[in-house]
Write a protein of this length. Structure first.
Length: 480
């Protein structure tokens, strides 16, 4: 008996504390071909800018991790955004629709690349999407993930979260001033050699060092960041945008002659900070698991209603009765909304999106289907995240009523993983996710004029109800 007991004890001690992991990382060039593909640069204003050349290449970068039972891929694409149906198409191409594989795709949200959302064509309201490019992009991502999933090797994951001083890197255009200081780094290392296979970096800032006067394709600072990490480590680098809403932009010199230099400065500074943070961090194994929730959000934004047929380009749209709308209905609803403004509540359409929590060993990813305001992620209404800036600008004619702001806990406080990354534009892009107390619009077809105090973001949000529905979904997923 005693011998058996000690044998069992020895076996228990010898058993690995965590499951072994298999991983691979890589990238694929997804730069549009300006000779054969039409490129309307997305971002800034209501129309696209015709691209005149390529400053630096666009990529899709991926990390594929398996625990032997389940496999997940984390992909970041250098585009302004991808809709839920784009991600579903990638999953279908891969045959990843069951409970054994999961594809998690986010966009870096750079603002000088091809229109992938159908919002920046030659004229306002006209899509700038080149269908041939769009199909190629989706196929390229699926091919990359499929290829990496065949080349998995034994690996361990190091994950670190570090709050850094964001000054000189990012600033906040909209009051209250809340900067997200969290730099997250997830590094996959070969188990035998310790060699870096891939490094993932997550930071909260719009990739907008290049502005609306730039006519060249560029991946902006995330491209520079990844190039630096890849050069220093020899492995692939994946960049995820965090809570970038309301409105975090680079603290950089925007003059045309400085833009690219500044993109390099910001990208390299973040790359160096990320590599310093993860250097020497212990690596571990663990399981791969995920939970997702499909959430239906009402389309309340008057502009989204006017362009409802465009929204069906990337989403399934439902009626108030829960049935999917027939193809003609979005055209009818848009017309009715414009002519007999506003559309009555009983005709309000709903779109389906996905909220997700993914664990890869010691790292957890919270997938937000849009641009979360940083204050919903980290709080900061008390001035604790203003980094020397005034919490509300003295020039603001109608500052937000901070007494009505949510008291917390905020999403950052609810996370359970030791290193838990709040990832924006994940598996969908529905625009800004705005705290309800500060959601202010003018009740007109175009939602203009903007109420005083800077409420531009409301015109690029699906509506005020979406914030609570998305945050409630996280409560549910994290509680399980
Ligand atoms: Zn944005």
């Amino acid at each position: 008996m005693r011998i058996l007991a000690s044998a069992l004890l020895a076996a228990a001690l010898a058993a690995p504390a965590q499951a072994a992991l298999l991983a691979a990382a890589g990238k694929v060039d997804v730069t549009p071909d300006l000779e054969t593909e039409t490129v309307w640069l997305a971002g800034y204003g209501a129309t696209g800018r015709k691209a005149r050349g390529v400053h630096d290449r666009l990529h899709a970068r991926a990390l594929v991790v398996s625990d032997g039972k389940r496999t997940a891929a984390v992909v970041a694409v250098d585009v302004i955004g991808l809709y839920r149906e784009d991600v579903e198409r990638m999953r279908r191409e891969l045959g990843w629709n069951g409970d054994k594989e999961y594809l998690f795709v986010s966009s870096t949200h750079q603002h000088s690349g091809p229109d992938t959302l159908g919002l920046w064509g030659r004229f306002p309201g006209v899509s700038g999407v080149d269908k041939k490019y769009h199909a190629r992009l989706i196929r390229s991502v699926a091919d990359l993930v499929r290829d990496l999933a065949r080349r998995l090797e034994e690996a361990q994951i190091a994950a670190v979260r570090k709050d850094i001083d964001p000054r000189g890197l990012v600033r906040d255009l909209r009051d209250p001033v809340v900067l997200d200081p969290e730099l997250d780094v997830v590094q996959v290392r070969a188990k035998k050699t310790g060699k870096t296979l891939g490094t993932l970096v997550r930071w909260s800032c719009h990739p907008e060092t290049s502005r609306g006067d730039n006519m060249l394709v560029t991946a902006d600072f995330p491209g520079q960041l990844c190039a630096r990490v890849e050069e220093k480590t020899g492995g692939a680098c994946v960049f995820q945008s965090g809570a970038i809403g309301g409105l975090l932009i680079p603290d950089s010199d925007h003059t045309p002659e400085k833009q690219f230099e500044e993109g390099e400065r910001v990208g390299h500074a973040l790359a160096d900070a990320a590599l310093a943070a993860v250097a020497g961090a212990p690596a571990a194994g663990g399981g791969v698991e995920w939970r997702t929730k499909l959430v239906r959000l009402p389309v309340e934004n008057s502009i989204y209603l006017a362009f409802l047929p465009n929204l069906t380009f990337g989403h399934k749209v439902y009626g108030a009765d829960g049935a999917e709308l027939p193809r003609w209905k979005p055209y009818y609803l848009a017309l009715r909304h414009l002519l007999l403004f506003p559309l009555p509540d009983r005709l309000r359409p709903w779109v389906e999106t996905e909220v997700s929590v993914l664990r890869l060993g010691p790292a957890e990813f919270l997938g937000v289907p849009g641009e979360l305001f940083p204050e919903l992620a980290v709080g900061g209404y008390d001035g604790s995240r203003r980094y020397g800036y005034a919490l509300t600008k003295p020039t603001n004619p109608a500052p937000p009523d901070l007494a009505a702001a949510p008291k917390g806990p905020y999403l950052r406080d609810k996370r359970r993983g030791k290193v838990s990354l709040i990832v924006g534009l994940a598996n969908d892009e529905l625009g800004y996710v705005i705290p309800g107390y500060d959601f202010k619009t003018t009740r007109s077809r175009t939602m203009t004029p903007h109420p005083p105090g800077g409420h531009y973001e409301e015109t690029n949000s699906i509506g005020p109800s979406s914030t609570k529905l998305i945050l409630d979904a996280f409560d549910e997923l994290l509680a399980r």
